[in-house]
Design a protein around this ligand. Sequence first.
Ligand SMILES: [Zn+2]
Length: 397
Amino acid sequence: MTVLQRKDVNPIAHLTAQDVEDIGRRLEQIRAEVIATRGERDAAYIRRVIDVQRKLELGSRIVLFASLFPPAWLLGTAGLSVAKILENMEIGHNVMHGQWDWMRDPKIHSTTWEWDNASPAEQWKHAHNELHHTYTNVVGRDNDLGYGIMRVDEDQRWHPIYLLQPLWCFINACFFEFGIAAYDLELGKNLSSKKRRSDPEFKARARQVLGKIRKQALKDYVVHPLLTGPAFLTTMAATATANLVRNLWTNSVILCGHFPEGVETFEKHSIDGESKAEWYLRQMLGSANISGGKAMHIMTGNLSYQIEHHLFPDLPSNRYQEIAPKVRQIFDDYGLHYVTGPLPKQVGSAWGKVLRLSLPNRMALRLKRRPARAVAAVSALPGRAGFGRTESLPIPA
Ligand SMILES: [Zn+2]
């Protein structure tokens, strides 16, 4: 459906319609292999992670009873930060994707899980699983791409307000869980008119978010600090710090997933009539990995394998590492760019894009390392219908 526009570099121009279909078939095969071998080993993995996380959180909260003593404050705060990151990333995000639903354990199930986050599970699942994972990197349809508040593409009209984008992006990172709650609620859109503001469904969802925030605040800033008695203030400061650390970390990981240089974005109507194979190809081109060791993979909830996660969002996260070489082989076989790099490089790349796109295009162009801009359409391939423009620019997620 989509039209070719300003096509300087098209990263998929060399692919035939048959190639795209073959890529889809090979990916389906990888998926089927994991599903066929999914079992007790995987179940034991997630149970162990949940067990470790709960013990770490409890232990850290106990250590904070002694938080008037600075080393105990540091230890408790560090432990609580790690526990909160694990809870959101390797557990919450993945359980709510339904990655562990096959275990048929009602306690580790996408329909029952609630997480340590301002956004209620129900609203997050809709915004993330249904919108972000369907419309990945489609400008104007994927709110994760700039959270609906940032300029993430040269084609978005520049306005002087975007000069503040780096500052806004930093504030959003510090309060990321509230940012997530706000865009899950589509706050900007829903507050824009009286009709939308007074819509009973929006009001009910807003009440649900406020209720969740109250509950979270009560646990972190009232009950736990009160339990520690004289250490009330130091415990409260420790919890606030752990939440800040978790927000900054998760924001960085999310930025690395779809923003770094080499990741493609797609036009709004590029996905009309998109086939499953084309959907796979868009996920391949629209995601980026983070390289690193085992600790990095667990702390990012295996979103260090963002490409594999976007191809197979409902496969158990502990299997992404195993299938990554096979996925990468497909990229190599078809001359596609598997975007990956260490965390500092990817975060730097993402922030570089945030800064660059805060400027008008003519100034931003001077900051670009590569002059090329790719606008592609699978629809231009023989026998192909409905894919879209991609860009290959130095950017960020
Ligand atoms: Zn996801």
